[in-house]
Design a binder for this molecule. Structure first.
Ligand SMILES: [Zn+2]
Length: 411
């Protein structure tokens, strides 16, 4: 998240904006007054330095000056590619052990090894991470109506913008026995993952989790990130967030359960703050991972209220919504603007992401909102859509041989 957006978000929190303010990035509207408590994130401090971006590339010709000239920034108005990942598999031997989860993990996830290779390939192909909040912004048109518009990004010459989002960064219970890390923690001022290896031994690592792997990659390659941007963490709420069990129970809470929940809430606050400080930002993936394509309005409303209360209060304002299962509400949001879509927009969401075969996006003309599709690097596309993803990486070169033998359609 860049400096302007940080300042903007702080202002949004402080003043609990009811009306919108035009500016860089997405303008947030909180019909319900916004989060109950301001996020504890030190948003004004330790902004990722943009200097790394402007000084890393070698000068094209030898310069007599000892200081390198700043990298030339050029306007970019083309397609902003958008890909998304689920949590990555830390231990393939646990993920692909033939149990009932193995097939789904193979289809929807990539391994840590594949993910690292994909990042390297994306970097080699000239992609640069941008903050999704900087891609579109809200403004008031001549008639006084709020609209979204696409921003012209200013990028180092030759770079192509890329959004990465990460769904279900919740560290669900089922993942603990299926080869994933268990939670994010802070060690020595940095984010690490905590988990157990196949022998049950405790492991703190920065090489087994999608977040820490990207952190380390950007540290080594600062020019892979525009203004320190990393990715969007798309959170549900039903098993808490980021490995912390911050959720309420639908069957009621005992005093003991509530005390435990409050302890988890306190424990996750510094993790959220550290993630924000290091370029990560957040979006909603619904509270209960519900499919909006077959939800009643009342279900969608209750789910959203619960997300805002249990997750929004912890991660702060967000205008980004990521449909679970990629399922669009109201019979589809491409042409329709139905009651669920309208409700979510009233709650402050402006960009609505589904899943598709390309990085499609469309600014809606009847309401201030953007709809988009994300591409999905995972086992299914690795096995069957090598050509479509060649602009990002070559499945042949990244495919993890630890995967089960389900076949591929390339050789
Ligand atoms: Zn999901």
């Amino acid at each position: 998240m860049n400096h302007r957006m940080r300042r903007f978000l702080s202002a949004a929190v402080i003043f609990a904006l009811i009306t919108s303010v035009a500016g860089c990035g997405i303008t947030l509207q909180y019909a319900d007054g916004g989060p109950a408590s301001p996020p504890t994130s030190p948003e004004e401090t330790a902004s990722p330095s943009p200097s790394a971006v402007v000084s890393e590339s070698p000068s094209p010709s030898p310069s007599p000056s000892p200081s390198e000239p700043p990298l030339k920034l050029v306007p970019f108005d083309g397609i902003v590619e958008h890909i998304f990942f689920h949590p990555v598999v830390a231990y393939p031997e646990l993920a692909f052990d033939g149990d009932s989860k193995a097939e789904g993990i193979d289809k929807n996830m990539v391994t840590a090894s594949e993910y690292s290779k994909m990042l390297q390939s994306l970097y080699d192909k000239g992609y640069i991470l941008v903050d999704m909040n900087d891609v579109w912004s809200e403004y008031t048109d001549d008639a006084g109506v709020l609209r979204m518009k696409k921003e012209t990004l200013m990028l180092p010459e030759g770079k192509k913008p890329l959004i990465i989002s990460y769904d279900d960064v919740n560290y669900y219970n089922y993942m603990f026995t299926n080869g994933f890390t268990h939670k994010l923690v802070i060690r020595d001022g940095e984010i690490w993952s905590y988990g157990l290896d196949p022998d049950g031994k405790t492991v703190y690592s920065q090489e087994l989790d999608a977040i820490t792997i990207l952190d380390q990659f950007v540290k080594e390659h600062p020019d892979f990130s525009l203004n320190g941007a990393k990715g969007c963490l798309c959170l549900t709420g039903y098993e808490g967030i980021l490995g912390y069990r911050t959720m309420t129970d639908t069957h009621g809470m005992t005093a003991e359960m509530e005390a435990r929940r409050q302890a988890e809430i306190e424990a996750v606050k510094p993790i959220v703050a550290k993630l924000k400080e290091t370029g990560w930002y957040f979006g909603s993936h619904s509270w209960g991972h519900i499919s909006l394509s077959n939800s009643e309005f009342s279900t969608a409303k209750a789910d959203t209220e619960r997300w805002l209360k249990e997750v929004g209060t912890l991660v702060g304002p967000t205008a980004l919504y990521f449909y679970p299962f990629g399922a669009r509400p109201d019979g589809g949001d491409v042409r329709n603007t139905g009651p669920i879509f309208k409700y979510l927009q009233e709650k402050g969401f402006r960009v609505f992401a589904s899943v598709g075969m390309e990085s499609y996006s469309k600014i809606k003309t009847d309401i201030s909102a953007v709809i988009c599709d994300r591409m999905h690097p995972d086992g299914s596309t690795l096995r069957t859509q090598r050509d479509r993803y060649l602009k990002f990486y070559d499945a042949k070169l990244v495919f993890d041989e630890a995967r089960p033998d389900y076949g591929v359609n390339w050789d």
